[in-house]
Ligand binder design. Sequence first.
Ligand code: SF4
Ligand code: SF4
Length: 149
Amino acid sequence: MRDRFWERFDLEELTPEEWEALCDGCGQCCLLKFQDEESGDLAVLNVACRLLDIHGCRCSDYEHRFAKVPDCAQLTPARIEEFRWLPKSCAYRRLAEGRKLAGWHPLICGDPERVHRKGISVRGFAVSQGEVPEEELEDHIIAILPIDG
Ligand code: SF4
Ligand code: SF4
């Protein structure tokens, strides 16, 4: 990867390896969401996709994720504008908005555990989809995000 690529190149110019390295491993985008059809607002749950490793906050089958979870959203440079639901902490959103990476980001601090110690990741509160019956999902809403949020 090129030296401090995240400061020197636009998202569209990143190599696939650099693009993947931008993910801070917070797991927040793997929390389940419901969308209100009228307002477009998103309800975010503390329930994570069944493929998320709750402790590591990484997809347990990243290579086959689209086959196993058809509604898994692929983040690409061309679609970054659509991903307003990403947390403000997300590295892709930060760079797309012209902000810098946070000091706790693994690329900055060199420590992939810091995102967990700082409470940015879902490690401390997420439960797996497999542990929550469908009819109880609504009880797990933790935030409502306006569509432009
Ligand atoms: S929210 Fe962003 S930084 Fe966090 S896991 Fe998802 S893509 Fe990676
Ligand atoms: S399939 Fe993997 S990347 Fe997609 S939402 Fe689930 S855990 Fe996240």
